[in-house]
Design a protein around this ligand. Structure first.
Ligand code: ATP
Length: 209
């Protein structure tokens, strides 16, 4: 009898949160959207930021990256040298893939641990390469932020003090927008101002069931 009573007292386990993959090409506005999403009270995991932390914190990754790209991948203070690494892999697909094969599994584990700590029914994973790495398959839904090429280039030129050509060459290496639009479950078109972007974000986020 007592056993039955204690069973009845057991709380229902919380369902795992639904994971929404948030993505967009260079300058699309995905980070801006991610900040709005946080303002609406939902947690966001920033994959690229976490990756930057992990490459500095994990001794195992340090060894593997130095083996692949050389000791100069880390500076004299032992900090990851992003510029050096980016230059090394920029025009070398094979090296880039090998680097990704080192970093991505570590980020995946870090993300899984982060999700376990979340209590909201929706969580967002901001990842530039959501579709390229087929990470959308591990998400409940994908949310794409997109804008016209010229607008994106102009915004990045203003933000990063880069030339038109520099931004364009990064863009050309990314998956074409038309292909992303075909795959995405939800799309935010970011061609106007920040107020409209926030409104669209609110509508999309609260319509996800
Ligand atoms: P990246 O992949 O290059 O990091 P991103 O997709 O995260 O880019 P953001 O950094 O969010 O893009 O936006 C690019 C720049 O454009 C930022 O300076 C941001 O403040 C600005 N921006 C984004 N959306 C708008 C908008 N609707 N109106 C004006 N400025 C905007």
């Amino acid at each position: 009898m007592e056993e039955l009573h204690s069973e009845a007292q057991q709380p229902e386990p919380e369902p795992a949160p639904k994971i929404i993959g948030l993505t967009g090409g260079i300058g699309s506005g995905k980070t801006t959207v991610a900040h709005f999403i946080e303002e609406f009270g939902f947690p966001v995991y920033y994959s690229d930021d976490r990756a930057k932390t992990i490459v500095n914190d994990s001794e195992e990754l340090k060894i593997k990256i130095k083996d692949l790209l050389g000791d100069a991948s880390y500076d004299e203070n032992g900090r990851y040298d992003r510029k050096y690494v980016a230059d090394k892999v920029f025009n070398n697909r094979e090296l880039l893939q090998q680097l990704n094969e080192i970093i991505h599994p570590a980020v995946r584990i870090d993300f899984e641990n982060w999700v376990k700590k979340q209590t909201k029914y929706l969580v967002f994973k901001e990842t530039a390469l959501l579709f390229e790495l087929k990470l959308n398959r591990q998400c409940y839904k994908s949310l794409l932020v997109t804008a016209e090429d010229n607008i994106r280039i102009k915004r990045v030129m203003d933000r990063d003090d880069k030339t038109y050509r520099e931004v364009q060459s990064v863009m050309e290496k990314q998956m074409p927008e038309k292909d992303k639009i075909k795959i995405a479950d939800c799309i935010i078109y970011n061609n106007t101002n920040l107020e409209e972007l926030k409104e669209q974000t609110e509508k999309v986020v609260f319509s996800i069931e």
